[in-house]
Design a protein around this ligand. Structure first.
Ligand SMILES: Cc1cc2nc3c(=O)[nH]c(=O)nc-3n(C[C@H](O)[C@H](O)[C@H](O)COP(=O)(O)OP(=O)(O)OC[C@H]3O[C@@H](n4cnc5c(N)ncnc54)[C@H](O)[C@@H]3O)c2cc1C
Length: 394
């Protein structure tokens, strides 16, 4: 048996013995215990370097993990931002001390991470953010407001983007920091979305003190760090979880059509065929990007292709599911858990075309950086941030 088939067999047996039964809501302590168990078994950080607790394996092993774990609802969502974005960015740009301090605990699920970029006046144009970090004798003092901060309600650390030099143009006066989410002056308030849940928060930063070694990368070079992180974010969002338990993946949608005797309906068959084809294309694209990344070619702007394709696929799945479910997608018996999951999916899917950069922003990036189309006009390039009329500039 090849290495890969042995790996698959062992993983399959491990999951059968250790994957917890799904629960309607995630219990954070149980999720942390399971993540520690994954780590101890050698299934956390499969492609991460060994010196920070990863397994140092190629993306083909990660792909096997995705395929085998797709039969289970593993409680790993609290760690998604850390694993998909904050951790990979610290790995790329962090000091040796930062990498060894934070990454093993992140992989073991001992510490949860969030990302503090967006502000009430700075989303797509995140470089116009107004949160300030002012240098002191022994570090920095941060004041400002962040919004849409996913998982901040239980995060231990965050990657914060703040303005450190308002006399420079907006992209070149930013710095990325590690922020302790329990530090004095950090207030987290939940925000409820249209699903009825509160997955994200606003975060008020009131004279929060950060040590000098909290800087990720170089002072005033935070835009470069942000681009690295957004690249990881787009790849993470674009890589579908491929969960067979997800009613919006092809297998789930197909099963639903079969159960309702609608898989013979020509319009639904056409929708299913479209969904299947696009899922396969996106999976193959992601495998290729993963392999190239391991071979030393970072995804760059191609992360935007995967992200855009992933959100378009999610919208297509919602259309096909709504067609199959009919009126049941809008009203159902309280104990009908499948209808509940369908309604949650329909209501939460539009957010995937906004989070991590909207579809319009991805199209702009693809146009400029992959297709070589003319750049969007920007009158503020080269102008000191202090002179820009941005929101209610302090
Ligand atoms: C579920 C979810 C989770 C999120 N989690 C986080 C998080 O953890 N951390 C974080 O920092 N942020 C997070 N965000 C915020 C997200 O990054 C922003 O919502 C996003 O970047 C858009 O910014 P905005 O909401 O300010 O919209 P705006 O930037 O105000 O955009 C409004 C509209 O204008 C369009 N538009 C703007 N500029 C252009 C342009 N140049 N060309 C064409 N069209 C344009 C947009 O496409 C959009 O349709 C999250 C958002 C969602 C929905």
């Amino acid at each position: 048996m090849s290495d890969l088939s042995t790996y698959r067999e062992n993983l399959r047996a491990w999951l059968r013995a250790n994957a917890p039964a799904p629960t309607p809501t995630i219990d954070l302590n149980a999720a942390k215990a399971f993540q520690a168990c994954l780590f101890d078994a050698g299934y956390a950080g499969i492609t991460w370097p060994k010196d920070v607790g990863g397994q140092g394996l190629g993306p083909e092993y990660q792909q096997i993990f995705s395929e085998e774990s797709s039969d289970y609802e593993l409680p790993t969502s609290p760690f998604g931002l850390g694993m998909g974005m904050c951790g990979p960015t610290l790995n790329d740009l962090g000091t040796a001390q930062q990498r060894t301090r934070y990454l093993p605990k992140l992989l073991r699920g001992e510490e949860i991470w969030c990302q503090l970029f967006s502000e009430p006046g700075a989303g797509s144009d995140v470089a116009s953010l107004q949160t300030r970090a002012v240098r002191t004798d022994d570090g920095w003092v941060v004041d400002g407001q962040k919004v849409w901060t996913t998982n901040a309600q239980f995060a231990d650390y965050g990657t914060l983007l703040a303005r450190t030099d308002p006399d420079r143009p907006k992209h070149s006066g930013l710095t990325m920091f590690v922020i302790d989410m329990r530090a004095p002056g950090v207030t987290v308030r939940p925000l409820r979305d249209m699903t009825g849940h509160a997955p994200f928060n606003e975060v008020i930063l009131d004279s929060v003190r950060l040590p000098a070694d909290a800087v990720i990368g170089e002072v005033n070079d935070g835009w470069k760090a942000a681009v690295v992180m957004l690249g990881h974010e787009r790849v993470a969002i674009g890589s579908r979880g491929n969960s067979k338990t997800n009613p919006f993946d092809f297998d789930g949608v197909h099963a639903m059509a079969r159960d309702l005797n609608l898989d013979g309906d020509p319009a639904i068959r056409a929708g299913l065929a479209d969904l299947y084809t696009r899922e396969r294309v996106l999976d193959l694209f992601n495998i290729r990007v993963g392999q190239e990344t391991s071979a030393g070619t970072p995804p760059g702007a191609r992360g935007s292709v995967g992200k855009l394709a992933g959100t378009m696929l999610a919208r297509l799945a919602v259309e096909v599911v709504s067609e199959i479910a009919g009126p049941a997608a809008a009203g159902w018996e309280p104990d009908d858990t499948r209808a509940d999951a369908v309604a949650l999916g329909i209501n939460s899917t539009p957010s995937s075309g906004i989070a991590g950069g909207t579809n319009e922003i991805q199209r702009g990036i693809i146009g400029e950086r992959i297709l070589g189309l003319p750049k969007e006009p920007s009158v503020d390039r080269g102008v000191p941030f202090r002179e820009l009329k941005v929101g209610t500039q302090r």
